[in-house]
Each structure stands twice: as structure tokens, then as C-alpha cells.
Design a binder for this molecule. Structure first.
Ligand code: GDP
Ligand code: IMO
Ligand code: MG
Length: 420
């Protein structure tokens, strides 16, 4: 199994590349996160945004799996599926859902809103999709799983969760208006029953035994990982390579490539530390050129230069075997671009490591400048044909991370992709 995952704060372009690489694989499987993800695909002049559905869905010969590590919202699922059906797809044929995936209930979304509100100025900037409360229930061993939705006593199980959640919401001072949301939920559960709930760990293991190839599709990014991200400003799952093992039930010795995807610069949406963030015109220009607005919430993304200490950290945590550099075209608009090579600490010393508490430690990024490379011709066929300044940029990142860059993306469309 190969893994493709984000090395930054999410939105690196995972959806585009999973869709691009999908024809090489038999199975594409999501292993964590849920509808907080927004994965954008562009092909044949159309744009598609996927939230919970793996980005291989447009390739009808490929099996797509929503793994056990995912938190799954039936309501959002129904909307997503209906959009795909409108485009002529028949997802009941090639989409499978792990019975062990946790279910997001309407009250999880309310708890998310209530918990965020009570954090005040320390709010995480959650997508408010109920991700954290759903994972809280999973860890508390109180969650409902997709398999439960197919059981006769499902409504009893739901009622027990509802009672508990309503008590919590009352304590948080959150006014609950459930009628509409609950109706939508039950309608979505009925809709979901047309799909195949599976033991995905067996399906994937058998496929691997038969010599089939599987690509695990990450959501969010390494710096949003619950253990290794900028805690507490993180999401509630392991977005890193180990998350693919636990989120799909695949043993570590079956992992082959780890494809680490990063933007040629950095973005972040929501609160939390971002060492290379630019609060000036350059940051605004990055946002404009890169159309940096969230695919799930529409929020403007914070922008800054590429952060090598953070990238090296992500390479280390994930055991990245290949790097994929995205949105290279966005930097075409700059005569000069910069890369942060290390940080200066308050005592004047320099470090290449991320400090324990990125939130509290004042670090000053130290930059190296690179000359720009102008626009990238659409018909570029080889790395060697890229502008020498871009080749220098690539070689520098490779030398600094110790990992080769095997793919360059220079536009949102499937075709705007160059492989080495
Ligand atoms: P994901 O969450 O990692 O799948 O990424 P998103 O879809 O949230 O955000 C990436 C955005 O960049 C989307 O709007 C993509 O269409 C767009 N995109 C992807 N690759 C490129 C690229 O190489 N150049 C440009 N300009 N846009 C890109
Ligand atoms: P994709 O898969 C970017 C951010 C939120 C917030 C924090 C916690 O499209 O890359 P959550 O809703 O998980 O409780 O939010 O994580 N976040 C993302 N940022 N891309 C994503 O997914 C994200 N999913 C969550 O903005 O700061
Ligand atoms: Mg996204």
C-alpha cells in the first residue's frame, strides 16, 4: 500500500493528485478525518469538491473505501452522493464504507459549535463539522459506528447518545433546535443503507494478498496531526503515516511509498501558530494568486513562504519517500521568492527543529532568497525543461529534505501536472 498525505496544514492539493494517480491503483481509501476535508478536483473544464468520498471516485473501475479511521456524517454523505449521481456516476457500485467508521450525529455538530464558542479567543477555528466531538465519543468508547446504522436497535442506540449529548449541550448553555437536523439525519441513514457496509480491513488485506495496489488518501496535513501538529490547534486524528495503518487496518510492513505533498509555499486556515505567515502585501498576493479560500468553509487561508524546518519535520514523522510539489505556478507571479531555512530563538541561537511549544515560543524565521521563474509553459514535458531558477528551487528543497521531488503541479487541472 502507498500513502499520500499532506505535509503542511492541509489543502496541499491532495484531491487533485489522488485523482491524477488513481489510474495506477485498484483501491483508493480514506483513513481519517471526515467532512472537515475539502478535496478539489479539476478535469474536463469542471470542478468537483469532495469531503468524505475518496478522490478516486471519478474512475469507475477503481474501488473507493471510507476506512474505519474516518468520522462519517451521513447527511453530508447524502448530499455528496447526490451531486455525483447528477454527474452520471453510480457510486453504489464502487464505493464501500467501513462498518467500523464512527458516525457524526447532528448533536456532534452542535457540540462542536458550543465547545468552540466556549473557548472564546482561544478557539481552534474548527470547520464545525462535529469532528472533535465525534472522535471524543470514539475514544470514550461511546460512539455509534456505521455498522450500528444497519442494526434493528439503531434508534435505541441513537437515543442513548442523544440523551448524553443533550445533557452536555445544556451544561454548555447551547440552545438546541433539533427537529430539522434530526429529520435530515434519519433520511440520510435510510439513504445510506443502499451502500455496502464492509469490514474494510479484510477487503484491503485480501486485495493486497492478490497483488492489487492500494493508495491511502490522507486528509488535513501533518501539522494538524493530533500528536505532532501545533497542539491544541490541530484536528482530532492522526493525519500522519501511522494513521493510515490504524485507520485502515493495514500492517506497517505493507507500506511501500509514502508520497508527501506540499505547496511551494505555506497556507493555514483556522487559528494557531504559523511561523512563516506573511501579514503584508506579499501574503495577500499569495492568497490572490493561489485563490487561497477554504474548499469546505470558504474562509480566506493565511499565507506565507515555504517553511523548511516544518517540512523536514513532516518528512521525518511520515517517512516520506517522494515529495510532490504543488501550486508552483502561484509563485510565478513573484520576481523573488523566499524559503525559511531555520528559526532564530529568543536567545539569539538558531535551530532547524520545531520547538516543543510552537504557540508560546517566539521564533523568527530566517529566509533565503531565490530568483523567480516566470510563467510555466502548459506544454512542459520534462523537469529539465523547467526554468533554471525553478530547477534551483527544487534542487534546494531536495537537498534540504533529503527526499526527491517526483511531481510538480502547475495548475489546478489534472493535465497541469509534471512527473519526473
Ligand atoms: P486538498 O484539501 O489537499 O485536496 O486541497 P484543496 O482542494 O483544499 O486546495 C487546493 C486548491 O488548489 C484547490 O482549489 C485546487 O484546485 C488548487 N490546486 C491544486 N493544485 C494546484 C496547482 O498546482 N496550481 C494551482 N494554481 N492550483 C492548484
Ligand atoms: P483538507 O483535507 C485545512 C483545520 C481547521 C481548524 C483545525 C481543526 O481539505 O486538507 P476540525 O474541523 O478538524 O476540528 O478543525 O483544522 N482543518 C483543515 N485545514 N484543510 C483541511 O482539510 C482541514 N480540516 C481541518 O481549519 O483549524
Ligand atoms: Mg482542502
Amino acid at each position: 500500500m502507498d500513502i499520500l498525505l499532506g505535509l503542511q496544514w492541509g489543502d496541499e492539493g491532495k484531491g487533485k493528485i489522488v485523482d491524477f494517480l488513481a489510474p495506477k491503483y485498484d483501491i483508493i481509501a480514506r483513513f481519517q478525518g471526515g467532512p472537515n476535508a475539502g478535496h478539489t478536483l479539476h478535469f474536463d473544464g469542471k470542478k468537483h469538491v469532495l469531503h468524505q468520498i475518496p478522490s478516486g471516485i471519478f474512475h469507475t473501475q477503481i474501488q473507493n473505501i471510507i476506512g474505519n479511521g474516518v468520522v462519517f456524517d451521513p447527511v453530508i454523505f447524502k448530499t455528496e452522493i447526490q451531486k455525483l449521481q447528477d454527474r452520471g456516476l453510480v457510486p453504489t457500485r464502487n464505493l464501500f464504507i467501513s462498518k467500523k467508521a464512527q458516525v457524526i450525529l447532528p448533536t456532534h455538530r452542535m457540540l462542536d459549535a458550543a465547545q468552540e464558542r466556549n473557548k472564546g479567543k482561544d478557539k481552534i477555528g474548527s470547520t464545525l463539522k462535529g469532528i472533535s466531538p465525534a472522535y471524543q465519543d470514539k475514544i470514550a468508547r461511546a460512539g455509534l459506528r456505521v455498522g450500528d446504522l444497519f442494526e434493528d436497535d439503531f434508534e435505541d442506540r441513537y437515543d442513548r447518545s442523544l440523551k448524553r449529548h443533550l445533557q452536555m449541550l445544556q451544561t454548555l448553555g447551547y440552545e438546541v433546535d433539533l427537529a430539522q437536523e434530526q429529520a435530515a439525519f434519519f433520511s440520510a441513514v435510510k439513504f445510506l443503507r443502499e451502500f455496502k457496509g464492509i469490514n474494510s480491513e479484510y477487503m484491503i488485506s485480501k486485495a493486497l494478498d492478490e497483488g492489487k495496489s492500494v493508495l491511502a488518501e490522507g486528509a488535513q496535513g501533518t501539522l494538524l496531526d493530533i500528536d505532532f501538529g501545533s497542539y491544541p490547534f490541530v484536528t482530532s486524528s492522526n493525519t500522519t503515516a501511522s494513521g493510515a495503518c490504524s485507520g485502515l487496518g493495514v500492517a506497517p510492513n505493507r507500506i511501500k511509498k509514502v508520497l508527501g505533498i506540499f505547496k511551494a509555499y505555506c497556507t493555514r486556515v483556522g487559528s494557531g501558530p504559523f511561523p512563516t505567515e506573511l501579514h503584508d502585501k506579499t501574503g495577500e498576493k499569495l492568497r490572490e494568486q493561489g485563490a487561497e479560500f477554504g474548499a469546505t468553509t470558504g474562509r480566506p487561508r493565511r499565507c506565507g513562504w515555504l517553511d523548511l524546518p516544518a517540512l523536514r519535520y513532516a518528512v521525518m514523522i511520515n517517512g516520506v519517500t517522494e515529495l510532490l510539489m504543488m501550486k508552483t505556478d502561484v509563485l510565478s507571479a513573484f520576481d523573488q521568492v523566499e524559503i525559511c531555512t531555520h528559526y532564530e530563538l529568543p536567545d539569539g541561537s538558531h535551530t532547524q527543529e520545531l520547538p516543543y511549544d510552537l504557540c508560546e515560543t517566539e521564533i523568527k524565521p530566517i529566509y533565503q532568497k531565490f530568483e523567480g521563474w516566470g510563467s510555466i509553459p502548459k506544454n512542459v514535458e520534462k523537469f529539465e525543461d523547467l526554468h533554471p531558477n525553478l530547477q534551483k528551487y527544487i534542487a534546494f528543497v531536495e537537498a534540504q529534505t533529503g527526499v526527491g521531488i517526483s511531481l510538480i503541479s502547475f495548475g489546478p487541472d489534472r493535465t497541469e501536472t509534471l512527473m519526473r
